[in-house]
Design a protein around this ligand. Structure first.
Ligand code: COA
Length: 199
């Protein structure tokens, strides 16, 4: 992939145009916004759960790493090539954070990768679909992103269902593409384009 240059052949764009836009989103049951320091307890609770990490290539987070991770995100805004930002998904009913959505523009910043983790207590209710759907709407409609991708362990049925429910297409099957808990794992690559996205 090559960096995105504007039509006049200007310098490579390191940031998505308009990436200063607000990231405060709202769905019927959730609010979505950048991760904050006071999310620590909720974030740590589900990111330290082995079930949540099972297919994600990382170990349950320690409290110290959770503090450092949240701290490292403060002041970061979505839109820089190669840089992840993390959004917290908050249940309106309780004001507690129940999941997170990560976003990272690729070298060509019109292509964005996403990742998602939800607390097991709030899975199976359509809340993750609701949150990812609203985030995709925002990326396509406001940031004019061209393509959103997600990679998933071939055994991660819940995440595969989530992406297919939302209209992502399976584009590739990568063999032994990441090393997780002592074994090589296969992944599917899913993608959806701007002109394919439901609106
Ligand atoms: C991936 C993950 C976020 C998916 O969460 P989820 O809760 O399954 O997704 P949803 O919130 O969309 O819930 C969907 C389920 O709720 C059901 N549901 C219940 N009420 C619903 C409603 N009002 N609207 C939509 N679906 C509803 C659906 O039927 C669906 O069940 P099904 O999968 O058996 O068909 C979650 O499994 C997770 O956090 N896993 C651990 C981290 C991880 O592996 N992340 C992915 C890395 S690639």
């Amino acid at each position: 992939m090559v960096p995105y240059r504007n039509a006049a052949g200007g310098p490579p764009a390191r940031r998505i145009p308009g990436s200063h836009l607000s990231m405060n989103l709202e769905t019927k049951r959730t609010k979505i916004r950048y991760l904050r320091r006071d999310d620590l307890e909720d974030f740590y609770a589900f990111r330290s759960d082995p079930e949540v990490c099972r297919y994600q290539g990382y170990d349950p987070i320690s409290r110290r790493s959770a503090v450092e991770f949240i701290e490292s995100l403060q002041g970061k805004e979505f839109g820089t090539a190669g840089e992840w930002v993390q959004l917290g998904v908050v249940l309106k009913e309780t004001g507690r954070m129940i999941g997170d959505v990560g976003l990272k523009p690729e070298l060509d910043v019109r292509v964005v990768e996403f990742g998602i983790s939800f607390s097991p207590d709030f899975q199976g209710r359509g809340l993750a679909s609701e949150a990812v759907g609203a985030t995709m709407d925002h990326l396509f409609d406001r940031y004019h992103v061209h393509r959103v991708i997600g990679s998933v362990d071939v055994d991660n049925v819940a995440c595969i269902r989530l992406m297919e429910r939302l209209g992502f297409r399976r584009e590739a099957h990568f063999r032994n593409s990441f090393f997780d808990h002592g074994v090589w794992r296969d992944e599917y690559l899913y993608a959806v384009l701007d002109n394919e996205w439901r609106r």
